[in-house]
Design a protein around this ligand. Structure first.
Ligand code: ATP
Ligand code: LTN
Length: 330
């Protein structure tokens, strides 16, 4: 059975890109294998942040993921910092990570350009991400398109470790959605919808009010040739709307071709479909978010299950590296 691992940061309000590219897929995949889903609070400390905001953002995200249908009985759902093996494994793996390969990470270049203090943590962020996955010997990593380079890096790290020490780690495979791997900003379809950096008008949050969602889609940027056609390179705005509509309706882009002749009709249809698509999450969210003690309990139970796996793997890694005493075998 496949072991699936993914992580998501407890920062900012989650948007339609995070929802389509990540959260809904965790839910869909929880029956396809052994799912392990982690809220990565340690990753969120690599850029400027407020401790109180980090903590409340963690509960916001935990409630959102549960509201979206993640079932802690069927998948392991936990907070990264509750399992200290992630941080330990990160350190161990830095010895098989090249400085040069970290320097090439485009996300590091983009994010560091926006920081007053470029932390060492931001630089080694991809090694922590590698540790997250490798600590479980996971084979499948569902993420959005923007994470391809990080997944490549974790594969290199695992291969290098196995070659240098011994075959302890599984080399994981990234899986990206066929449609919706890169949801674009509605007002600026040349750039991806994102927590930081996309426009407020063009970013649809999962918990936006229905009327706000409709308004954002209504003012989505298209182009001037008035032809509803899927062509991401030539028609990024229209193509983005078609992708979102296909996902929200649970159909393919091809099935939508020919349905619309006017941009206005397409925008109204996508807005309505997205309102319906997100409604169940909105309905369940408030109750889940209100009970922080329950959220802690859920995450704590998940962390125990996660730690049982990660502590074994990290003990093997330590042993293979000659760190600590020889591992006793039973
Ligand atoms: P953002 O880029 O929005 O700031 P992020 O990359 O910093 O998000 P997360 O919130 O941890 O960090 O991202 C969670 C998941 O959402 C990742 O798997 C990422 O690939 C995916 N994702 C982010 N933006 C998009 C997008 N526009 N379209 C599809 N998937 C996305
Ligand atoms: N870097 C990712 C979040 C992340 C992740 C992971 C994704 C941290 N650890 C492990 C998959 C597997 C991001 O910015 N979205």
């Amino acid at each position: 059975m496949a072991r699936i691992f993914s992580g998501i940061q407890p920062t900012g309000q989650k948007h339609l890109g995070n929802f389509i590219g990540a959260i809904t897929r965790y839910v869909e995949w929880q029956d396809r294998g052994e799912g392990i889903y982690c809220i990565v609070d340690l990753h969120a400390t690599t850029v400027a942040y407020e401790p109180k905001v980090l903590r409340s953002g963690l509960y916001d995200l935990a409630a959102l993921m549960l509201a979206a249908g993640l079932d802690p009985e069927r998948a392991i759902f936990f907070r990264q910092s509750d399992v200290p093996e992630h941080a330990e494994l990160q350190w161990l793996l830095t010895s098989v990570t090249a400085y040069g390969e970290l320097q090439r990470m485009t996300q590091f270049k983009d994010k560091s350009a926006k920081q007053e203090l470029v932390s060492a943590g931001l630089f080694t962020y991809p090694v922590l991400m590698a540790a997250d996955v490798l600590a479980y010997r996971a084979d499948t990593v569902p993420v959005g398109d923007d994470q391809r380079q990080h997944v490549e890096l974790m594969r290199n790290v695992a291969e290098r470790f196995n070659a240098r020490f011994s075959e302890q780690l599984v080399v994981p495979e990234g899986v990206y959605p066929e449609i919706g791997a890169r949801i674009m900003d509605l007002s600026d379809p040349g750039s991806k919808m994102s927590t930081t950096g996309s426009t407020e008008k063009g970013t649809v949050y999962v918990l936006d009010e229905p009327k706000t969602i409709l308004k954002k889609f209504k003012s989505a940027v298209t182009d001037s040739d008035n032809e509803v056609r899927y062509a991401p390179a030539d028609k990024p705005g229209v193509s983005n709307l078609l992708e979102i509509l296909a996902v929200a309706r649970g159909t393919s882009v091809a099935a939508l071709e020919g349905e619309f002749t006017r941009y206005g009709d397409l925008k109204a249809a996508v807005g309505e479909a997205v309102v319906d698509y997100l409604a169940p999450v909105r309905e369940r969210y408030a109750d889940l978010r209100a009970d922080e003690a329950q959220l802690e309990q859920t995450l704590g139970a998940g962390a125990e299950k996660a730690r049982a796996i990660a502590s074994e793997v990290v003990a093997d890694v330590r042993d293979a590296m000659g760190v600590g005493p020889v591992r006793a075998r039973v």
